[in-house]
Ligand binder design. Structure first.
Ligand code: SER
Length: 594
């Protein structure tokens, strides 16, 4: 019998539900209230504050399937088991059970329910780190042995491998224990034979069966005890299905197989690695586009651009027939729906295909010319030192021909040349510094990315601000604003919780203006004049002489660098989804346009 993704999802969630866990939602891939993260990269990311006690969890035991995006392993994509987007099955104990129960749950599900022979499993545990003052986790190894895993299948590992945190910033963290599946002799020599645990080829990680959250990593890199202990687990469902079915790679699962087959049927030069990269990158791009992000040169938009352009380059590599990219995008969307991974998500298929086509038009000419220029660069020996391509040229390929670093790196590798990522990053940072004007502008208005949705939400923010002043008092002022494609977040000074009536009144005020179909006007004028005319100015000290002022009928007038919608009718329906405290004397509203 072959397992499907749907079955394994059901098996996992049923198992944890039966053991007292509440199933929580699959959040958007765009983090809310978390500027430290471009994309949700683990199931715990949307709920990270429950582990520090800052927020209350829905339940002390939870589980879900969360779609995650991770592009830090982009170089590994094309192998058997790395993906830039995947479904993470997760389970959590928040201040409830700890190591012993977590290990027992993992063993029970894998061995008793999913029938994986225990001899195929290996567990890694944290061996401690003296310089950081972190003791070894000796308990977990013992618990694995109690369950029936042989002692020589339990490995002590380093801080880098077995101490999980969200990155270098502030984050709840702790030692973890990971489960690996032995895919057998055809994938390399065994650990027993060589003493080397080949986790790149033979042994595939299938479950981080417990991050034992007990510390808070501070900005300074120290570790403080958390008020209570928690467990955070995560398992990539594509890998789990791959190992359960004895597949060669995750690309044989139903999330990828139909796409791979379609590529193979439409290319006369298909190479395994390229085909995998294409299907992976298109799927992740679809997810990002569907979250309202558009290709650009900043932040999330740039991740998307890199993925799409790399997919395009590989399509060219395999001699793909014309129009294949669009077909694959449409097919990927159909297949995501068919696989039922996130039944609650809708896909705007035509729009997504259109956006990919637009990006392809932009890049196809550049790609053609850039490849010629690249060939010229590498044919001149002066551009190469000790086998490394001159970094200014790598940057030029980015700057002039829109080649993301990975593309140039791959091309260079095909010529047995190296490139320096560090030097490229330095040139990139220098370039960013020089064009800071633009970047500053983006952040001034609190937009995480500029696209149709964020622009409309930005206009809604002005109306919200005006409504709050009208119903709560003129001394209410903006204290912070953050806009993602999905929602606006607005902080303002006010001493108490708003009543339900006040929230309703503000919401009605905004919707009323939307219904009046009012043009949004922009004027340039000297700062003093703008202030005199009653425009609300938020960052006065930062403005130069002339400022732009956005007016919405008689309702709102703000000094602002934009961008804004043309007419309030474009906004749709405004809805306040949350009103809460942000800090002392500051309230926070989240709202959406429906
Ligand atoms: N947060 C942990 C990880 O990403 C467990 O899910 O590995």
């Amino acid at each position: 019998m072959k397992y499907t993704i749907k079955q394994v999802k059901k098996e996992f969630l049923n198992f944890f539900e039966k053991n007292g866990h509440t199933i929580i939602k699959n959040s958007s891939i765009i983090p809310e209230n978390d500027d430290s993260l471009l994309f949700i990269n683990a199931g715990m990311a949307p709920i990270k504050n429950v582990f520090t006690g800052q927020e209350q969890p829905d339940s002390k035991r939870m589980c879900n399937l969360q779609i995650c995006i991770r592009t830090n392993d982009i170089d590994s994509i094309g192998d058997r088991h790395h993906l830039s987007s995947f479904c993470m099955l997760g389970s959590w104990s928040v201040g409830d059970y700890f190591k012993k129960e977590a290990v027992a749950f993992a063993y029970d599900l894998l061995v008793n329910h999913l029938k994986i022979p225990k001899e195929k499993l290996y567990a890694t545990v944290f061996g401690g780190d003296k310089t950081r003052g972190l003791p070894a986790d000796t308990d977990s190894g013992n618990f694995w042995q109690d369950m029936g895993i042989a002692k020589n299948h339990i490995l002590n590992c380093s801080f880098e491998d077995n101490f999980w945190r969200m990155g270098d910033g502030e984050s709840p963290c702790g030692p973890c224990t990971e489960v690996f599946y032995d895919t057998g002799d055809k994938h390399g020599k065994s650990y027993e034979e060589t003493g080397y645990f080949d986790d790149k080829k033979r042994y595939i990680e299938i479950w981080n069966a417990g991050v034992f959250m007990q510390y808070l990593q501070t900005e300074k890199g120290t570790y403080e005890k958390l008020p209570f202990n928690s467990v955070d687990t995560g398992s990539g469902i594509e890998r789990l299905v791959m190992t359960l079915n004895g597949y060669e790679s995750v690309y044989q699962t139903e999330v990828y197989a139909p796409i791979i087959n379609h590529i193979l049927a439409n290319s006369d030069k298909a190479k395994d690695e390229s085909v995998r990269i294409i299907s992976d990158h298109i799927k992740t791009s679809v997810l990002i586009l569907n979250a309202g992000i558009e290709p650009s040169n900043v932040k999330r938009g740039y991740v998307l651009r890199r993925l799409l352009r790399r997919a395009m380059r590989h399509l060219r590599n395999i001699n793909a027939k014309e129009g294949l990219l669009e077909e694959l995008v449409a097919k990927t969307i159909d297949n995501l729906i068919e696989c039922d991974i996130a039944p609650e998500w809708n896909y705007s298929k035509d729009q997504i295909v259109e956006k990919v086509k637009l990006e392809q038009e932009k890049f196809s000419k550049l790609l053609e010319n850039g490849l010629k220029v690249f060939e010229e660069f590498v044919s001149n020996k002066n551009n190469i030192t000790d086998g490394k391509l001159n970094s200014n040229l790598v940057f030029k390929l980015y700057d002039t021909f829109g080649f993301p670093f990975e593309i140039t790196k791959e091309l260079a590798n095909e010529h047995n040349l190296s490139v320096s990522e560090k030097e490229f990053e330095e040139l990139f940072a220098e370039h960013k510094e020089n064009s800071k004007g633009d970047v500053g502008k983006v952040f001034k208005s609190g937009l995480a990315d500029i696209n149709d949705n964020t622009i409309k939400l930005h206009t809604a923010t002005h109306l919200l601000h005006a409504g709050l002043k009208k119903f709560l008092g003129q001394n209410v002022n903006q204290k912070g604003s953050n806009i993602t494609p999905e929602r606006l977040r607005f902080d303002f000074n006010f001493e108490r919780k708003m009543t339900a009536e006040e929230v309703q009144a503000v919401e009605d005020f905004v919707n009323n203006i939307i219904n009046q179909k009012i043009e949004i006007c922009r004027e340039e004028m000297p700062y003093d004049l703008a202030k005199e005319s009653g425009a609300v100015g938020l960052f006065s000290s930062k403005y130069g002489e002339n400022v732009s002022v956005y007016t919405i009928g008689s309702f709102s007038k703000e000094i602002c660098s934009g961008p804004h919608a043309k007419n309030t009718k474009d906004l749709g329906r405004f809805k306040i989804t949350k009103e809460e405290s942000s800090s002392a004397g500051i309230r926070r509203i989240k709202a959406v346009l429906q």
